[in-house]
Design a protein around this ligand. Sequence first.
Ligand code: ADP
Length: 301
Amino acid sequence: AVAVVGSVNLDTTVRVPHIPTAGETILASDTASSPGGKGANQAAAAAAAGAAVRFIGAIGADAVGEAAVAGLRAFDVDLSELQTVAHAPSGAATVVVADDAENLIIVTSGANDHLDPDLVAAALDRRAGPVLLTQLETPLAVLAECGRARAFAWRILNPAPISADPGLRPLLAGFTLLVPNRTELAQLAGLPVPRTIAEVSACVAALGFDGDVVVTLGADGAALYPAGGGAAPEAPRTFAPPPVRAIDTTGAGDVFCGTLASGLAAHGDLERAVADAVEASARSTELPRAQLVPGDAAVAR
Ligand code: ADP
């Protein structure tokens, strides 16, 4: 089984001719709501890849929260540890997409910022499984509890969205597997965004992280640095994606992380899980949505 600790949002996407400026009123050609949030997207992807998934997150006591978790219910994700907070609205994102594909995103973290670390710790203590997966859209105190949940053999951190909070760095040591993209890796390493594989390797070396590192490289796939490389990591094993016609790369990293977690829970073979994650995330770019739905399961398997 896979335990995902993370955010859940309701995304509202409005399509407009151009990004409006202050004081302007414009007409949208379309408005659509869809479930989102990195935690929920990754939980859906893990379920699509075949894992039994439990989701530990928080919503407000409102209809937005119910709509936001509907995608997880459709996958039969275990929501028994979902927290409902009384004093904050459910997480919501407004995504404004212009005809020229420019976008503007406004996020209300809401309940995600109030995920209770003690309740998360209690849930993780009560039931451990092989794989725990989390991100950075919930409080650092929750991240700390995830790093302490040693009964989970695989503790995976996708450090997204990356922050410059100095409290983050010391918490990395609690994890066994780090899955950053290029930008996140650069920020953690304190180096410029790497372009070549040699530069990626230099960033991984600068991290000084003890566990495994898998760097996602967009259209270039992913690179695996097994634990033990230390300050002189060997040339990574790289994985190229299949040819795809990418129309929407939003959420590709989430599909990657969810599929990776599912593979580790099923067979524990990291190379095989990375290969499957590259394949599924690449295929997901051909779909016009961030969060997979049950009909997309073929993408992830
Ligand atoms: P994020 O979405 O978090 O920024 P990446 O851009 O690295 O992360 O994408 C995550 C994964 O999605 C990649 O490892 C790759 O497998 C797949 N992917 C993303 N963009 C493309 C693309 N244009 N073509 C093929 N695969 C892609």
